[in-house]
Ligand binder design. Structure first.
Ligand code: FEO
Length: 403
């Protein structure tokens, strides 16, 4: 993608990384990602907002050259994470006169993460303003969306909001603006699940703040630019709200077919009562474990319940189920109920271990575990029906809290 104008004298100069498959060695990125940077030209001064992943510095410099950028007055860092700031020392070799501008939170982390001395920065704080001549950038701190340092910048002239990681998506594209496509929606939801969901209460406040700012456009640091901000704002209101969907997510593993019998019976019974069920097989192979766990995270953005169907291995949960449980615990979804079902060979401590791995889900009601020795009998499966019926009742009792 070449450098593109997204507004009068505002240019997208980020880079696309379509073949990136994983982010943070944790989240699958099936659509790749992008590292977004924006050049804002005022009548007096020019500012560069964020930079790109160091791997793409040559392409980044070529883009700036294509716009004939001879001088950058300010390099604004909205966030320290290295995919946006890791190449700053190199950039300064080409633009040695550029002043670095950031909040104190960014400055602190730039010292530890990129070894940039604090004296190099001009510090701006919440509601601080950077004057570019015929336009100003106003800064709004958004701590823990998703690091302590995330900051937004609002351009007075274009009313474009540069939102840092907030409202981003891991989605590479040769088109600069987001559409209402299913793919972009899914990528935005996965990104929300894995980056923003642990901080949902703060993110809700920031979403409301952005709605009050009424930006004409939202330019995040990952994924396409939101030419229609409502597309992403209405989703964030839904995802950060209290309401949940009539959905049960069942991450499952089965070594010899017993736990899968339980999962299938549970699915059938819940579905027959009008509950949506999403089953995610964690046990197919290592690659699918990561991919399926990513799906579980996305499912749990709105699902009312999660029930792990996993067998016991050496007294505790099967490691594939444990991996998914640890990720879910870290992401803090708003799910109202958490359950554990499964089979074991001859003895088990799975409940104690599972509870300790998921004790961060403090708002979720813990369902009584349902564990069977060996292959479930028809009598055991009746107990699965009863478990499904009780869970259905609890979900339906949420009433107005259901989407
Ligand atoms: Fe894309 Fe938090 O950095």
């Amino acid at each position: 993608m070449p450098a593109l104008a997204i507004g009068e004298n505002i240019f997208y100069v980020g880079v696309q990384h379509p073949d990136r498959e994983m982010f943070d060695c944790l989240m699958p990125t099936p659509h790749g990602t992008s590292y977004n940077s924006y050049l804002v030209r005022g009548s007096e001064k020019t500012a560069l907002i964020d930079t790109v992943d160091p791997e793409f510095i040559d392409e980044f410099l070529r883009k700036l050259k294509s716009l004939d950028v001879q001088k950058i007055d300010y390099i604004v860092h909205l966030h320290t994470e290295q995919d946006h700031s890791g190449c700053i020392s190199e950039i300064l070799k080409y633009y040695p006169d550029a002043a670095l501008v950031a909040t104190s939170n960014v400055v602190k982390l730039m010292k530890t993460h990129n070894h940039i001395p604090s004296e190099k920065f001009t510090v701006v704080e919440d509601n601080g303003v950077l004057d570019l001549g015929d336009r100003t950038l106003t800064f709004h701190k958004i701590p823990f969306a998703h690091w302590p340092d995330n900051t937004m910048a609002f351009d007075s002239k274009s009313r474009i909001l540069f939102s840092s990681d907030l409202f981003g998506s891991h989605y590479a594209s040769d088109r600069v603006f987001a559409t209402d496509s299913h793919e972009i929606k899914e990528a935005t939801r996965a990104y929300y699940a894995e980056i923003m969901m642990p901080f949902a209460p703060q993110v809700r406040k920031y979403t409301e703040k952005v709605i009050a700012l009424s930006p004409r456009m939202i330019a995040s640091s990952h994924g396409p630019v939101w030419n229609d901000p409502q597309l992403v704002l209405k989703r964030y209101l839904k995802w950060t709200g209290e309401k949940v969907s009539k959905t049960v997510v069942i991450p499952y593993v089965s070594m010899h077919g017993s736990s899968v019998v339980i999962m299938e019976r549970l699915t059938w019974r819940l579905a027959s009562k009008g509950i949506s069920v999403l089953c995610r097989n964690l046990g197919a192979d290592q690659e699918s474990l990561v991919i399926q766990t990513g799906h579980v995270a996305g499912d749990l953005v709105t699902a009312a319940a999660v029930v792990f169907a996993i067998p016991t291995v050496l007294g505790g949960p099967h490691p594939a189920g444990a991996y998914c449980a640890i990720v879910v615990n870290a992401l803090r979804p708003k799910t109202r109920f958490i359950g554990l079902v499964g089979s074991y060979g001859w003895g088990t401590k799975i409940s104690e271990v599972f509870d300790s791995m998921t004790n961060g889900l403090k708002k979720a009601q813990r369902l009584e575990p349902l564990l069977f020795e060996g292959l479930p009998t028809e009598e055991d499966l009746v107990k699965v029906d009863e478990y499904a019926d009780a869970l259905t009742e609890k979900i339906l009792a949420l009433g107005d809290d259901l989407i």
